[in-house]
Design a protein. Structure first.
Length: 99
């Protein structure tokens, strides 16, 4: 079962879930002018299986997702539209904002 790091941040009535695949935490993705850091200070929360992470994502107001497993499962669950994914060095990144 794939694992992800999930950090839940509650502030000003919002619930932000930052989640990344286990294997990319701490990496920097560079693609042309884009430099994206998968920072431990932002993404490293509890390590859990991706299915449990999806439950938290489904109940948040904002999500920031990075990685093939977490983004792929979010697409499969209908939480992310495939056309809303940005790939950086082939690694999918998606954001969710629920209004």
């Amino acid at each position: 079962m794939p694992s992800a790091y999930v950090n839940v941040i509650r502030a000003q009535g919002q619930v932000l879930v930052a989640a990344c695949d286990e294997g990319i935490l701490g990496k920097t993705l560079t693609d042309g002018k884009i430099r994206f850091e998968v920072k431990s200070s932002f993404y490293k929360g509890n390590k859990m299986d991706v299915d449990r992470a999806l439950e938290l994502i489904d109940n948040c107001t904002i999500a920031n997702l990075v990685g093939t497993e977490i983004v792929g499962k979010a697409v499969d669950a209908g939480l992310v539209h495939p056309q809303g994914i940005l790939k950086i060095c082939g690694v999918p990144h998606a954001q969710i904002v629920k209004l």
